[in-house]
Design a protein around this ligand. Structure first.
Ligand code: UDP
Length: 244
């Protein structure tokens, strides 16, 4: 699509949202039989699947850490996920996203509980519509909990951006392409920031407001993540207590 003349008309964005609105979000925990934990997420036009394996033996062994589990994160965009076919395999962008996403989750995982082991997180982007790294982190966080990995808390993520001189929550594809700034943020429920990147320019005041908007978005996403886990585990009946 060529650059639209305006991205905000009469206070509404081109997809009909107000500045503070997130796109529709749908989580489903435990969708893959052969992974220890998994999550499918639709976040606007993004369709993402996250799979977690582990804690498991580390291969190659020289990567083992005697004091803690290592965390590995692979973000991968399917060739058919974007308008212009993406060449399969890792590239600079996916390597960077894998690194920052791993760091955004590693800090809540209780790695010391599983020395010499690995926790592997795979995030596959099936359909991309801007905000895939934050979508991946949201899905991976639920998949980790689904795998029973001990964590201090869940991590929730969303982007804030600036378009037509206005701060907006959760950029869509056109806003990402033609906007003035893009600020993906991940945080814990208590507001500790575990990922903060920025493309473009914001003033200090804009940055502060953007952080508050992201915090609000993350709070809402955190509720949805919890709901997805309750949907899977809330119905589970504990086995009757064994008689002595
Ligand atoms: N994108 C694309 N081809 C690529 C990489 C990205 O079409 O090779 C699109 C995709 O929709 C992605 C968006 O550009 O969601 C924004 O990409 P960015 O690098 O800002 O990361 P994201 O916002 O997805 O985390």
């Amino acid at each position: 699509m060529s650059k639209p003349e305006k991205l905000i008309i009469d206070g509404k964005r081109l997809d009909g949202r107000g500045a503070q609105d997130l796109r529709p979000i749908k989580f489903k925990a435990g969708v893959l039989k052969r992974a220890d934990g998994s999550c499918y997420l639709e976040f606007g036009g993004n369709k993402v699947i996250a799979a977690v394996y582990g804690p498991r033996e580390v291969h190659p062994r020289h990567l083992q850490d005697a004091s803690r589990a290592i965390v590995r994160y692979r973000y991968n965009m399917a060739p058919f996920s974007v308008e212009e076919r993406k060449r399969p395999g890792p590239d600079r962008r996916s390597i960077e996203i894998s690194k920052v996403s791993r760091e955004s989750l590693e800090c809540v995982i209780l790695q010391e509980m599983y020395p010499r082991s690995a926790i592997d997180i795979f995030v596959e982007i099936l359909q991309a519509d801007a905000g895939t790294r934050v979508a991946g982190i949201n899905a991976a966080s639920v998949a980790l909990a689904d795998a029973g990995i001990p964590m201090k808390c869940l991590v929730s993520a969303c982007a804030v951006g600036k378009v037509d001189d206005t701060l907006v929550l959760d950029l869509n594809k056109d806003e990402d392409n033609y906007g003035q700034a893009d600020l993906p943020i991940a945080m814990t429920p208590s507001g500790d920031i575990t990922l903060c990147q920025m493309d473009g320019h914001l003033t200090e005041d804009e940055f502060r407001t953007a952080l508050e908007m992201a915090m609000e978005g993350c709070r809402y996403i955190h509720q949805l993540q919890k709901q997805a886990l309750i949907e899977k585990y809330g119905q589970m009946v504990s086995p009757p207590a064994q008689e002595a």
